[in-house]
Structures are given as structure tokens and as C-alpha cells.
Design a protein around this ligand. Structure first.
Ligand code: ATP
Ligand code: MG
Length: 320
């Protein structure tokens, strides 16, 4: 079966290893066999902050990260929210399909409110999972490779698709979620690695920056290194990171470190991460920002055509 794959990221900072093992690796794999759209979710930046900030710089950074990990612009349509007004028009009927209660109990929205930089919770924060339904359904997406935090959102999309089909006409597929090797990679403080929580290792960090970040990572006082997700989340996070980069099991790496303590653990992780990131950094340095911008422009044009066609179908189905 040929899927239509849709996924994306907010331009809020540099992509990190959580993105890589949560979703980017799957994208790179899937791009060869399936139709793929990758969204630069620029409007979503203002869900949890007052201003878009250094948005152009972040968009360029995101594009460079995409190309550096191996997304091929000949195969993938990379586009941005703000270039596709039809997405916002899809949002309107879609919002009518979900209840306030359904929006309010979304666990990921609750978590993001807890980490928000705004004093008051905006309407956009509550409704962005529905905006995401528009992102996924505009291209009739069938597969969504994302991290575990996106699970509740993909559920909203499935709900919107089913309800639209029942209420009006069978226009939309009901998409499936695809988790990566690390559904929630931990950051250097033991919590979910996130661009905006200061606990991430960016894909574009230099070897020295990476070493410095890992040196500051939180660990515990027990010299014997063991892999114990429940009781030692920080140590387990670092072992998982090394395991993913080396393609080995974290428990085995823990056994090898034994009584080496946090210092030995951090040395192992630093070497593993730096070796893993070396080719990605090399490729990133070879791509020009102007070329990356051209990729986005071309993608915007393609995505817009798709969105116009779907919006026409939606209007027809609704009798407008
Ligand atoms: P922000 O802090 O601005 O929300 P983020 O680091 O959470 O940034 P997003 O742009 O929200 O990144 O997420 C982009 C994609 O990467 C989503 O599919 C998300 O599930 C995935 N992702 C983000 N962080 C992780 C992680 N730590 N582990 C696995 N997947 C992740
Ligand atoms: Mg996020």
C-alpha cells in the first residue's frame, strides 16, 4: 500500500536527537516508497508564546536540519502553514466537529499548558490539535510518523475524519500513527527532550558543544550504572541515547560501565553521540541557506494545489 505521509515540526529551535529517533528516521525511511509532506508549523509557534520570535532564522534552521538528515526534496514536499490559507479554512468546519470537553481533556495540551510561556491559555492552545487535523487531512494523510506526545492529537484527527465522513460525505481516510524507535526520548534533565525546555542535544551542535551539554546532564549519586527507567530516569535516558546512537541495548552498555559512575557514563554517551552526528553535521555544513529556502518555496506551491483541491471537495460535501 502506498501511504500519504504527513508530519512536521514547529520552528521554535533546532531539531534534536528526540526528533531524530522519534520521527525523522522514519521519514527518511518512508520517503522512498510513499508520498510525503513535511510541515514547517510556523503558525503553531504562537500556541504557547506571545510572539513568533526569530521565526525566519528558525525556519531556515529547520530546513537545513531536514536536508542534513537526508530528506530528499525531490521526493518530499516541505511546506509551511502560513503559505497555505486553505488550511485555516479547513479548520472552521473541523472545529464544529469536536466538543469543548474533548478539547479540554487532551493530555498533551495539558502538558504544554504546564510548560507554556504565556500567562493566560489562549484559544489557539486548545484548538491546535484541530488545526493539526487540517494539516493531516488536507493531503488525505494516511500515516503520521510522530513522537508519543502526538498520540492524543492524531486521535483528534481520526475523530474529525470519521465525523466529517459520517455527517457529510466520505472524503477523508482515517490516518494511523507511526511511532519511532524512541517514542519519548528523554532530555538531559530526565524529562522529554524538547527544543524549548533547554534539555536537548541539537543535531547541529558541534562536538565540543555536545560534550559540554552532556557534561551538565543530570545523573545520580550511585556509582554502579544500571538501566532502570522507573527509579533512575536520568541515567536511563543517557543510556538510551547511547544505545540508539550505537545500535545497542542500553542494559548492555550499563553492564560495561559497571562501577565507572557518571563520569564514565557521560564519556560513553558523548563519544556515541558525536560519532553518530558527524555525518549529519558534515552534510548540514554543505547546504546553502538559499537552496534550503528554494526547497520551501517549491513545496509551498505543491502543497497549496493539494489544499485547494481538498477544500473544494469539502465545500461540495457540505453543500456550500
Ligand atoms: P517544542 O518544545 O517547541 O514543543 P519539541 O522539541 O517538542 O518542541 P515539536 O516540534 O513539538 O518538538 O515536535 C516535532 C515532532 O518531534 C513531533 O512528532 C514530536 O512527537 C517529535 N518529538 C519531539 N520531541 C521528542 C522526543 N523527545 N522524543 C520523541 N519524539 C519527539
Ligand atoms: Mg512539542
Amino acid at each position: 500500500m502506498r501511504h500519504t505521509v504527513l508530519t512536521g515540526d514547529r520552528p521554535t529551535g533546532l531539531l534534536h536527537l528526540g526528533h531524530y529517533f522519534g520521527t525523522l528516521a522514519n521519514r527518511v525511511k518512508l520517503q522512498h516508497e510513499h508520498t510525503m509532506y513535511v510541515l514547517v508549523a510556523d503558525y503553531q509557534v504562537i500556541t504557547d508564546r506571545d510572539l513568533p520570535g526569530e521565526i525566519q532564522q528558525h525556519i531556515t534552521g529547520l530546513l537545513l536540519d531536514y536536508l542534513a538528515v537526508g530528506l530528499d526534496p525531490a521526493k518530499v514536499t516541505i511546506f509551511q502553514h502560513s503559505a497555505i490559507p486553505e488550511l485555516n479554512q479547513l479548520l472552521l468546519p473541523f472545529l464544529s466537529l469536536v466538543s469543548m470537553a474533548e478539547l479540554s481533556r487532551n493530555p498533551t495540551v495539558k502538558d504544554e499548558i504546564a510548560h507554556s510561556r504565556q500567562k493566560a491559555v489562549s484559544g489557539l492552545m486548545f484548538t491546535y490539535p484541530v488545526h493539526q487535523a487540517a494539516d493531516i487531512l488536507f493531503c488525505k494523510g494516511t500515516l503520521v510518523p510522530v513522537g508519543k506526545d502526538q498520540g492524543p492529537h492524531v486521535e483528534v484527527t481520526r475523530l474529525v475524519a470519521r465525523r466529517f465522513n459520517e455527517r457529510y460525505a466520505p472524503v477523508f481516510p482515517v490516518p494511523e500513527l507511526l511511532l519511532g524507535e524512541a517514542p519519548v526520548l528523554r532530555g538531559l534533565d530526565g524529562g522529554k527532550m524538547s527544543k524549548s525546555r533547554g534539555n536537548a542535544i541539537p543535531l547541529s551542535a558541534t562536538a565540543d558543544e555536545t560534550a559540554a551539554l552532556i557534561r551538565r546532564a543530570r545523573t545520580d549519586a550511585d556509582r554502579l550504572i544500571t538501566f532502570d527507567e522507573d527509579n533512575r530516569p536520568e541515567v536511563a535516558g543517557l543510556l538510551t541515547l547511547a544505545g540508539l546512537c550505537l545500535g545497542r541495548s542500553p542494559a548492555e552498555i550499563a553492564d560495561e560501565i559497571g562501577y565507572g559512575g557518571a563520569a564514565e557514563l557521560k564519556k560513553t554517551v558523548t563519544e556515541a553521540v558525536n560519532e553518530f552526528l558527524a555525518p549529519i553535521r558534515r552534510r548540514r555544513a554543505e547546504i546553502s541557506e538559499a537552496d534550503a529556502r528554494d526547497v520551501l518555496r517549491a513545496g509551498n506551491t505543491r502543497a497549496r494545489e493539494r489544499a485547494v483541491a481538498t477544500l473544494d471537495e469539502v465545500r461540495d460535501a457540505m453543500g456550500f
